[in-house]
Design a protein around this ligand. Structure first.
Ligand SMILES: [Zn+2]
Length: 175
């Protein structure tokens, strides 16, 4: 899944502005003043930020030639697998549940990112090994970068969720 969709799905599912806010939403608060929006965005982007943005800028900054994804390997690939492990992400969210309850729901944007990647990546270097480091098992999903219809489908789903939420909340407000 593309990075923008990862961020927006995090906000859509795991922030009070989105589904996690239920019919009350942000309770009249402007969305940019709602901390869960920013936390969900952060956790939705975290796996790729932590493992790809730094090496990407190093790659570009050093003026390296060639395809970044082809050279992506070694230690950064291990970091990629660590932050794309469902086991690790869920353990982290569970820890927040006990120590920072307020961040718990927003932090679920991280495992959500992993589930989205698991179904939108295929066998190979960037396959999502959801049980890493316990197992190298992964789903052979749909390579999103090769199937335009799949990208359309998950963006359309995003629009549908927001439309549904809007209608539902309006109806509740009018009752
Ligand atoms: Zn990812």
């Amino acid at each position: 899944m593309d990075i923008l969709a990862h961020g927006l799905y995090g906000v859509t599912v795991c922030s009070r502005m989105g589904l996690a806010g239920g019919r009350e939403g942000t309770r009249g608060r402007r969305w940019w003043r709602e901390p869960s929006v920013w936390w969900a965005l952060f956790f939705g982007l975290l796996p790729d930020m932590a493992s790809m943005w730094i090496p990407y800028f190093l790659h570009k900054g050093l003026g390296a030639e060639g395809n970044f994804f082809r050279y992506f390997d070694g230690g950064w690939l291990t970091v990629y697998r660590v932050v794309h492990s469902l086991v690790i992400a869920l353990a982290f969210s569970a820890a927040l549940f006990f120590w920072r309850r307020k961040l718990f729901v927003a932090s679920l944007a991280w495992p959500l990112h992993i589930v989205s990647d698991a179904i939108s990546h295929v066998e190979g270097k960037f396959q999502t090994l959801i049980l890493f480091p316990l197992s190298d098992w992964g789903i052979h999903g749909i390579a999103w970068w090769r199937h335009r219809w799949f990208v359309w489908a998950y963006w359309a789903a995003l629009v549908a969720i927001w439309a549904g939420l809007h209608i539902w909340r309006r109806r509740n407000a009018l009752e």
